[in-house]
Ligand binder design. Sequence first.
Ligand code: PLP
Length: 443
Amino acid sequence: MATRGYPEGHVFYRTLTRALPLATRGEGCWIHGEDGRSWLDAVGGAFVASLGHGNAHVARAIGDQAGTLAYLNGTQFTHAPVEKLSAELARRAPGDLSHCYYLGSGSEAVEAALKLARQYWVESGHSEKTKVLSLAPGYHGNTMLALSASGRPRYQTFFHSWLVSVPRVPAPYPYRCECAGQSAECPVCSGAALERAIVDEGSGTVAAFIAEPVGGSSTGASVPRTEYWRNVREICDRHGVLWIADEVLSGAGRTGTWSALEPYDAVPDILTMGKGITGGYVPLSVVIAPQRIVDVIAGGSGSLLHAQTFSHHPVACAAALATLEEIDRQELLPRVARMGTLLHERLKVLSTHMHVGDVRGRGLLAGIELVANTATRQPFARSEKVAEKFAQAAFDAGLVVWPNTGHANGVDGDLVMLAPPFIVSESEIDEIVRRFQKALSAI
Ligand code: PLP
């Protein structure tokens, strides 16, 4: 049987309304199915499989660590993989970010980062700092605090009564901004809107501002103006607000630099990474904080109040270390920058399509915005489900992409995202574009 779906078997599937093919093997940028079909994985599943599928070095490191010492509790022991990985991540992190706390998913890292910010303020005598600000659109995960911080109304649909209030600041999103990202004076694109929101809330009450340095799925690889994050840094300093950079999607090399913030020359107070940090071989995420923040906890209560059984996991840390080794050995960061330039060059051909409003991004991260009218940027009505139909047409053409909706006005908006593995070849990029064009003919 080539596909499986609810209510067959006993899996509570991620999607209950359509059958899924049974995948049996991955190899580089390709996923092979039970029925002999193959798909070109142009988005690493979900911006995750950065090394490609079937990397023997990472698989061996996982097996070796599992055979040596699979689990330790982080309150009882430390171990070589976590020590080595933390030294490596600190060496690569921007500015004074130096101490690494590990979780499993991006949502958990965001929860922990926000709790760290709150605990820092309470333990340094500022318990009045309770509020978190975030960008809209924006995404930080699906657990309750991360979901509260996410400017993505659809995900919140059934859970409003459980969420905390997180005031929103409009995201720098050139394609949907009146200034098209061209004006240094634009309140949204300059960061002035953040300062206004902090002042309106009362800066003494604001604990943290969380944001994605380069837009992820919510704004489809939108790249803020060059001065944006330096302005944010100054605003947060001026008002005593901790800036949390959520690099769960954009980090770990995806945009051609280890941190997507590197080209901005701005250093956040706390940084999160996840997704590609182990190339997807096992789940791992990390919160990286500077000593000046960790010192306050060390000198106060003595630990971050965010105990999780599987944090600092030896096998996951060994997988991340092996991933870093592969990134260095294969010189993948300069390769992402090089192949990213090629990808964006080749994607230009899509712009001539009557429903492609914008093609954008950085490195091997690209967003293609589909609109009803390219002159007015009018989105399709949500009822047309254009992004979903496109993603299905692409899948049928053997191409895995990431569809996204709702960014234009909270309901409408159709985006398609690409984030191929860092090892993608030139001919595979051509194949991605060819299959993309084929799927476009379906809308
Ligand atoms: N933060 C960002 C920027 C993300 O893109 C995501 C997931 O897409 C998350 C957090 C949540 O990560 P996870 O799905 O691993 O919980």
